[in-house]
Design a protein around this ligand. Structure first.
Ligand SMILES: [Zn+2]
Length: 111
């Protein structure tokens, strides 16, 4: 029971230590989904026998920033969809215009 209370005492720094008991490394993510987001990871690489520890590090401001980022990403995706639709309409337009031109050319009497 005493060990349990000891571990709950350490919860303030939870996340800072990986499962090996080493101080975790704070890295910055540069993936598309989580740009600039920081996370804790094991300082020993997995190949060297590290524990493959992973935990997001939340700044006080980051949840808000992430929400803004997600909003932007959603907008970008919506814009992309619109762009795709516009491109499809453009292609249909070009094909239709081409057919129309071909029809006019066919209808023209030969000189
Ligand atoms: Zn570790």
């Amino acid at each position: 029971m005493s060990s349990f209370s000891n571990s709950s005492m350490a919860s303030v720094d939870e996340g800072r230590y990986c499962r090996c008991g080493n101080e975790a490394l704070l890295k910055t993510s540069w993936t598309q989904l989580n740009p600039g987001r920081r996370f804790f990871t094991c300082r020993i690489s997995k190949k060297m026998g590290g524990c493959d520890y992973f935990l997001w590090y939340e700044d006080r401001h980051s949840p808000q920033a992430n929400r803004v980022m997600w909003g932007l990403l959603k907008k970008v995706n919506a814009f992309d969809e619109k762009l795709k639709r516009a491109r499809n309409i453009f292609i249909i337009g070009v094909v239709a215009a081409g057919l129309l031109m071909f029809g006019i050319w066919k209808l023209k009497p030969n000189c």
